[in-house]
Ligand binder design. Sequence first.
Ligand code: AHR
Length: 817
Amino acid sequence: MLTLSFRDRFIGSVGIFCLTVCAALGQTTKSQITIHADTPGPKISPMFYGMMTEEINYGYDGGLYGELVQNRGLRNHPSNPVHWSLVTTGTGSGQMYLEPGSFGDMPSLKVKISSASDSGAVGVANDGFWGIPALPNTTYRATFYAKADSEFKGPLQVAIQSNDRRSILALSVVPRITRQWKQYTVELKTRSVPATSDNQLVIAGLHPGTFSLRTVSLFPPTYKNRANGNRPDIMEKLAEMQPSFLRLPGGNYLEGNTIAERFDWKATIGDVTKRQGHQGPWGYRSSDGMGLLEFLEWCEDLHMQAVLSVFAGYALQGEHVDAGPKLQPFVQDALDEIEYITGDTTTTWGARRAQDGHPKPFPLKYVEIGNEDSFDRSMNYDGRFTQFHDAIKAKYPFIQTIATASVRSRKPDVMDDHYYRSAADMERDSGHYDHYDRKGSKIFVGEWASIEGRPTPSHQAALGDAAWLIGLERNSDLVIMEAYAPLLVNVNPGASQWPTNLIGYDALTSFGSPSFYVQSMFAKNTGDEVIPTTVSTINSGPTKPFVPHGSIGLGTWRTDSEYKDAVVSHDNKTLYSKDFATGTEGWKLSQGTWKVDGGSLRQSSMGDDTHATAGDANWTDYTYQVKARKLGGSEGFLILFHAQNRSDYWQWNIGGWNNTRSAIQRHNRGNTEEMGRSTDTTVQTGRWYDIKIEIHGANVKCFLDGKLITEFTEQPIPPVNAIYAGASRVTRNGEVIVKVVNVTGEPVRTEMVLQGVRAVNPVCVGWELTGMPDDVNSIAEPTKVSPRSFRLDTVSNRFARTYPAYSVTVLRIRTRR
Ligand code: AHR
């Protein structure tokens, strides 16, 4: 059943009104787009559309980076060879264990075969990243180091084998191995087998004795056949986005949870088998197979420029290095990194790059100093930025610096702004940069996304993206670059850490989301000059009075906490009260381990965003009181109000951000925004707190132990437009490119007026992306929402066209001025 959203219903009624009134007036147009081709607009930055990348959601390992073996370096766990298992067939028997530091400080995998024969093998298997793929007629390349004891001489069988052991999909044999570590390479060729991924890579012996393995690797054919290269299907999708730059590596991955876990570029170059890998901030270890040179080669393959992010002395959990002599080694590291990228072979690091296989320097214009440094509570970024900026400018005056938070002491060439919001918020804020100061730094919107759809965006998100991008393009005298984030997600259960991501894949195939198609449609049709455009359009928006409302709830984030005596009152009258000693009736418990314990409701898991909600979603103007006690873990309490459902609610986060702050947060379809002022708050373990939230109309006051901590008054949400449009010109041939988004559930008849062009070619080509708001693409339906091309034959200076419901359209109109 299709349920109409408020927006649909409103537009629906406008549609009926319009049909009646417009018909009476003899008109059919509901919207008009005027393209002022006679008015000069800003040049569009040639680096406008790009990509942001980091190791998140198994984006490199288990994603773009071709390696198929998980835990190749055997360091994912100190004592367990995770992702490896012992395999025996027939009468074979033996053991497998991890031997730490057996080669230098590299661990190895020891296999002791007590009995084996031609009919009973013993070996080890790697389960890959949610399976080892076997595609038909494909040559895989396995490499590994091996050594044997005096008894064992080989042979070793290397195979891609189905998990049920019934099928060997590709097999090769290493006849002998020696008592010294030596690297072996074999080809594993599949025949015309069906494509499967429920397979393992198996290395097994057929005779008793002991052998050891390390750095076992399996690569499929890679994009442009690069050694240690990337998965072709994903690279082809990235190429379709025609990106002009790659922000590398961006995001939290640059910073790491601690300084020791930062992206330390020097540990990511040189012989892949010697790279140790490092713990990333998204809960898993990175092999560092995708190192600095691999990033640069990725840029080379897709004709992109690197936008280099350098570690700037601040790590996610708050560790930081003050500006001054202690920061200098990190500044030097950044200078060395720039030299590695741009230096010729007479420089120390340019020579090192040549030694690593790439004598030719790479182009580099932008260097970003840190990532999201407004999170640095020590307020240290100004000094850190200045030290990096001055050192970089002194040695590389042609480099433009990018700041990630506001700075006073220097004027950064560029500021990096990030936005993760709902589609409606993106649409509403499409004019964000229209009135920005043009004398300040240029803007790089280095991370943004309409967050709707899991693990990849829905069509609704794509509409928000398109409206937002039209606003960015219109301001491209100021906004010189943009990059959607995150870029990649392995869609297997448990593989993703971020809700909404551009391109999805499993071990076998990949797909672009509707938002991916918006990016590629827009990037392929950029033009080089903005044409000022005006849109007269109908609005959809709230017609009901604005009264925030919702039910109540409790939650935790990586914390064991208990709650009791929840009371909701209105005008001193109790609307609801709960004594948990009577059980949890009336409460919806979602995520986490909730249990009544001694009269309190306790959540004991260390999960993120655990929730328990109760009450009436229509409640307005109420006081919510509850007692809370922390029993363990890293943060404090989440007190929910204005709750509509699991993804639309408000909360007072007390002792969030690693038990340092409290703030009111609005959650809407995966998007979290801080509302109002946050305050320094630390929750003590073992102590009961009295929590009170008073709601009067749109005003919220939050009290802890009777003291007012924070307050916020919500403003009515402004309406979104029905139609968003922007235009640009290809200066070379006068072609006019028009982008139109209809965010409503109604087709919108629109008249397009081209002012200031002499002649218009009546034939024009276009592309259109349509779907229902909740439609998503997936492995099973990879192109459910994808653009279709079309042709119009009656284009003129003034022509009407109906833009379908929920659509993104690009038109290329040939004109003469
Ligand atoms: O894109 C996901 C994360 O969002 C990035 O790592 C970080 O920069 C931002 O907070």
